[in-house]
Design a binder for this molecule. Structure first.
Ligand code: NAD
Length: 256
């Protein structure tokens, strides 16, 4: 039985995680943490606010964190110090955050998965984009999310740009001056924030006389749950700081 705590339990993703976990026969929710909704019940689990106290009381084997950047940076350190595997979906980390976390996790023999997108279809979208990159001349990314999302560009679009640029270095358009989105790894990312969206992304490649669009849509937050459950069931394969669900899904890299 995997004993799981949820951080950000009162939030949109946290509530979805608690619902999904409560449907798994091999998982038990032992704690729910948030700074809002304290004392309230989320699918039968009472929300509390002191992470370290609840860890010591309930001895979880894993913590699932969907909070916000600043909170997650703290939660990860607390989890690692207490020898708990961290499954982190929170986004918005800078490269410096990740470098500092890696040093901390390595020094403490921690086990942390940070996945900017737990939707398995989104992982496949990135893999398809990596496959296409060497054959195309240029690429841009459009990511579309609900208007409550704090960070932009999205963690998924940044991860996509980095993954593509490792397959091929793209030159941005020579006319890239204004209103061309944010450049990440030489690739322009355009961020749309509107009510009605959940999480969507298009990777558009262009070459002579043709374009190739690879698109993924999360139409509900349930889309992220199979990835979270997969990570929990495979957490014994997490060593140190692992970035991206693809590292668990494709341990040998992309096989072509
Ligand atoms: P949300 O605002 O609905 O929920 C975040 C929750 O975290 C809130 O309830 C908030 O009170 C709580 N929180 C803030 N500070 C805290 C702290 N110090 N301790 C405990 N709880 C704290 O946001 P959301 O839509 O649920 O998204 C949460 C995060 O997950 C965001 O970073 C978002 O980008 C990310 N996200 C990731 C994926 C993925 O697949 N990796 C998918 C969707 C969203």
């Amino acid at each position: 039985m995997v004993r799981v705590m949820v951080c950000g339990a009162y939030g949109r993703m946290g509530q979805e995680v608690i619902k999904a976990l409560s449907e798994q026969k091999d998982m038990m929710i032992v704690g729910a943490i948030d700074v809002r909704g304290i004392g309230e019940s989320v699918f039968g689990i009472t929300v509390r606010d002191n992470l370290e106290e609840v860890i010591k009381e309930t001895r979880p084997s894993a913590i699932v964190d969907f909070t916000k950047r600043e909170a997650a940076l703290e939660d990860i350190r607390t989890g690692v110090k207490n020898n708990v595997t961290m499954i982190v979906g929170t986004t918005g980390f800078t490269q410096e955050d990740l470098d500092n976390l890696k040093a901390f996790v390595d020094a403490n023999n921690g086990r942390v998965l940070i996945a900017p997108n737990f939707a398995i279809g989104a992982v496949l979208m990135i893999k398809c984009a990596e496959l296409a990159a060497p054959f195309m001349d240029n690429v841009e990314i459009i990511e579309l999310h609900h208007d409550g999302k704090l960070d932009s560009p999205s963690g998924t679009s940044i991860a996509t740009a980095k993954a593509i640029s490792e397959k091929k270095k793209f030159e941005p358009s020579p006319h890239s001056s204004e209103a061309r989105g944010k450049m990440v790894s030489g690739i322009n990312i355009h961020s749309v924030r509107l009510p009605g969206f959940v999480a969507h992304q298009e990777v558009i490649f262009g070459t002579l006389g043709q374009t190739l669009t690879i698109r993924h849509d999360s139409t509900s937050r349930e889309s992220f749950m199979p990835g979270v459950i997969y990570a929990l069931r495979n957490m014994d394969r997490i060593k140190g700081l692992v970035y991206g669900l693809d590292k668990l899904l494709f341990p040998e890299g992309l096989v072509m």
